[in-house]
Write a protein that binds this ligand. Sequence first.
Ligand code: SER
Length: 622
Amino acid sequence: MKLSDVRKKYLDFFEKKGHKIVPSASLLPENDPTTLFTGSGMQPMVQYLLGQAHPLGKRITNSQTCFRAQDIDEVGDNRHTTFFEMLGNWSLGDYFKEEQIGWIFEFLTKEIRLDPNKLFVTVFRGNESLGIPRDSESVELWKKAFAEVGIDAVDVDFSERDGMQSGRIFYFDETKNWWSRSGVPENMPVGEPGGPDSEMFWDFGEELKLHENSRFKDEQCHVNCDCGRFLEIGNNVFMQYKKTETGFEALPNKNVDFGGGLERITAAINNTPDIFLIDAFDQARKEIESIIGKKYNDNDDFKFNFRVILDHIRASVFLIADGVTPSNKDQGYFVRRLIRRAVRFGHKLEIQDFFCSQIAQSLIDAYKNNYPKLEKQTKIILDKLNEEEKKFLKTLSKGEREFEKIFSEHGKISGQDAFLLYATFGFPLELTEEMAQEKGQKIDKQIFSEEFGKHQNLSRAGSTEKFIGGLADHSTETVKLHTATHMLNQALRIVLGDHVFQRGSNITHQRLRFDFSHPDRLTDEQIKQVESIVNENIQKNLPVHFEILDLETAKQKGAIGVFDDKYAQLGGKIKVYFIGESFSKEVCGGPHVENTGELGRFKIQKEESVGSGVRRIKASLN
Ligand code: SER
């Protein structure tokens, strides 16, 4: 059965049960500053679960596109993806456990004919200290449903040691059978809705656990273990609580939030434990096979690489269609990471040419009937993928050159060097390791992680300290004004002389404020000159880039700025930003725009004195 058939059957089934079908919301949440992506079907529904009336009533059904950035490193096995579709049916204060368990069982076993003998379920075992009872009500309902198909469903408490215990219904604690956007009860912020849940699993058969390479073959199996035998295909959340200062209170309504992985359910119907074998990936998989002249099934390493490429490109296609552009910030950062990882895994399969857009086109074709926006935006999607792939290949070759340079100078590559390659060129550690290995060397990963940790602490300190490096925030406007400040600094030095040094800087998203050493008021003529130097260089579309240099080299290259700026320090070296080849070179922690062309028109609003020998300029961009 095809992915689109399963989606349709599900939506039709719940429509017949009185639900209104709503389209998927964007992957970029609206009005939800707490998260970058829609990661569950529940996110766009939160306000209704909290009690607001839904314009279409109390029964809603949908297939929501989701992106879980946190799963990126899990991708490669037979079932994890960053992007997926979540089938959802919602009771907003209408039906509850009885209908939900009855209907979903009917859907799975009658509508799409999954064998009930291969279905297993879990329920919440209760937690006295939270005041949430054991969910024996759901257990009774499951028993009844199974009994109707002649199965005596035994309920047992989960035990790591005893495994399956011939059970069909398992009680687990809140780490497994509780759902909220922020996970377990103790992590939920006050006001957050959540509740106990009951999950369903499909059994692909013992051979998956027992095959000879399985590290699980001597362990007790259970539905939540990682051996690959059981696949979670759906989750009934009984959303009925709200977190308070002291514990939980009942929500105004008892709600149901069912979420089922569309790809996983399709995999179960086709009895293939590998979700990358469902029809939506067929064409894209074949494209990769034809590029490399080898088959997906040839060996397990191949599969891993294929899966990363398939998942990451599919996620990028949908994210770009929802308006994300690869960049260094926010959502854009994740798309950049997805594309770069896909290219890197392509590299492992020895793909030489550009390939992302070819794979993307096959995925667009597979999904366009259900997601017409993909077809409409094909050009944008393919262009962005191509651009990013090109950029990354440049990064790779720059990194490779730098690697060779370091190696020939020092005769080895240290953990610190590996970090510098990573921080400066975005050159992945794994590649550094591979290249080192070719030279018979090993990278000290411990040192790499220490450097990484130091850098992270620094940037964390950076983001909590207000006005760090003079920046109020890292919004686009603020970043633009930051680049403009470097240009202003340089223009002042050209017009007034080399005695001009920065004495202070404070940038918000509306204006920059720059204090500098200079004894006299600026004449109108000087102000005009400074403005036109900045504007001329904006119009030249100068690229902005940084280099990580040691102190001496930075000075030799004529960089200006505060050389002990802690935000510009990286592994004993400093970061210097260049605007154009040589228009401006300044020690700085960033961030900056990529090209001066992004800045618009620069205008000085005010020039005044702030004490002896220091002048202040306020300026804006529009
Ligand atoms: N919110 C639940 C989940 O994401 C069910 O939709 O698993």
